[in-house]
Ligand binder design. Sequence first.
Ligand code: PMP
Length: 440
Amino acid sequence: MSEDAGRPIGADSPPRSAELYARACRVIPGGVSSPVRAFRAVGGTPLFITRGSGAQVVDADGRSYLDLVGSWGPLIAGHAHPAVVAAVTEALARGTTFGAPCSAEVELAERVVAAYPAIEQVRFVSSGTEAVMSAIRVARAYSGRDLIVKFAGCYHGHADHLLVAAGSGLVTFGRPSSAGVPAAFTAHTRVLPLDDEGALEALFAQDGARIAAVIIEPIPANHGLLPQRREFLLTLRRLTQAHGALLIFDEVISGFRVARGGAAQLLDVTPDMATFGKVIGGGMPVGAFGAPRRIMSRLAPEGDTYQAGTLSGNPVAMTAGLATLELLERHEGWRELEARGAELERLLQPVLRQAPFPLHLVRVGSIFWLALHEQGAPRHAATLTPAETARFARLFHAMLARGVYLPPSAYEACFLSLAHGSADIARFAQALSESLAVAA
Ligand code: PMP
């Protein structure tokens, strides 16, 4: 067996997953195609998943788990929903890609435009990262300005200029948060704290005329779940408008999950541009960005701003997205997901009250997070202490041992789907109750 950064694979690791992981580590850096999958934050061997159905996944050793990861957000209808599988199978048989326009992309674009406030046109890409990267390019072209502003704790994909950490001080210059990103590439990025109108006002007072766009996850869900006060978002809306900067809502997680019109509809705050991913692709690689026509017409071939993709608007991926959105619309999906989230909250309340250490449930519809901060659930990016992080690792493994698959990091949100029924929710609450005692 191989070792992962000096940590031996645990004796109780599922053997087939451990074997695959050892092989993977030889030919794939860290054994994974995306870092957080590697279980570094919780220890142990990542599970290799062989199949999923509804709210369950089955690992390479044949063990099944109640899945709260949902592929990190896309699977709002659950794994392998028959309607999605049928639509995709039919599309597959007609050919996987043509590099030419297809009707499915028109239909999906029409749905996005109909659903989302202020969007008149949309362009499809293959990931959330691309969606954000391209949206920012258009925002810069449209505004004729260079500066972009993001918030600490929000993640917008791994484009160079967004891999930025906040320095010290309230209004900070971004510095690269990854090796391989030249400081010059982040020189036009500013980082602000969430939940802080004062910092916003100060930055706009100083640099307002140079800001092309402010990008925010309207429901930040990448450093735990950090719902913002509506007043904060309204201040952001007012300041961007007043200074001629575009407001971009990164709805890669929240889009088509928290409401048909995303966080913009739920919170009744309308941005100038929005980015999508995850749910919009129904489990296939899709991203999108949209805005009013006056902004989107800057894009090639109409305009002077270049952006392209071999597999963009892919017919199979578009079909998966369409089938998923149809399911949501037909079954009043968003109301149903809120009801399931509320049920989870109700069942967890007594469990949390009896928890042997501070544990807070933060929830927006079908997105929820168990915050382990002793100080209470934060509204800005707040780092957990080593003791709190260690607690999460124990909790994670106790849940896994009870057949519940949580995201393998204390900062990751969980996702419910239409496939999570009452029995699943009750099972989750029971497993959490038992696991808390073990983790204490
Ligand atoms: N924006 C947000 C808000 C995200 O959560 C993510 C991914 N978790 C991205 C952008 C990047 O999307 P992708 O991983 O598809 O590139």
